[in-house]
Design a protein around this ligand. Sequence first.
Ligand SMILES: Cc1cc2nc3c(=O)[nH]c(=O)nc-3n(C[C@H](O)[C@H](O)[C@H](O)COP(=O)(O)O)c2cc1C
Length: 223
Amino acid sequence: MNEAVPEAPSSVESMAKQGCEKLGLEAFDALVRRARTCRRFDESMRVPREFLLELAELAHLAPCGANAQRLRFHVVSGAEDCARVFDELAWAGALKDWPGPDEGERPTGYIAILAERAVPGKPAAPITDVDTGIAAQTMMFAARSATPEVAACMFKAFTSHAIDAMGLDNDKYELKLIMAFGVPAETQVIDAIDSNPDGSINYWRDEAQVHHVPKRSLADVLV
Ligand SMILES: Cc1cc2nc3c(=O)[nH]c(=O)nc-3n(C[C@H](O)[C@H](O)[C@H](O)COP(=O)(O)O)c2cc1C
């Protein structure tokens, strides 16, 4: 039997797709594509605290500069504690007419990523910003791998009171990022970079409330 002749790659995108198939990466490829930021959740299905602790367990194994392991994780799961954190977050700067999720569609758990300050009150080592991103995306992927799927939103936009709202010592820890988790109650899709009707690269929602995330093509980002 003749082996099928592989189709000649017509673009860097199709070459990448062929590479993905050859390496058996389809499942991971699908995970990365669906691991979009989620901002509306089903609050009737709370994410168990044990699950959030497992996410922190995985995140603390992530690579970090010089293996210094300066990151700390704070898990928030009870409804009242979650409400206190929610009040300190700024949602979706690009969705100007949307103040954030209504009651019933708010996150049901949070994990704050903090960096221990070497000197009390002084900024933590700059490399902890890189460590934070790696830890955060580790948790994003882990959550989306679960059954039922758990989705997340990362927050850099939080008030200066957020660390107090979690009962943590601002002198000792620098709050790097807050991650909100919940069972997703919205659909997100990756879309073409020029898909936003307003002409910007901002994420946007269509009439069916589907959340569109414009992404550049691979060809546009290869240099
Ligand atoms: C470091 C970082 C900080 C972010 N901060 C916020 C935030 O404060 N509020 C918010 O609603 N979304 C925040 N996001 C989510 C981004 O808006 C989102 O990642 C971006 O629109 C691309 O969408 P995607 O995650 O689905 O690819 C943040 C994302 C990252 C990576």
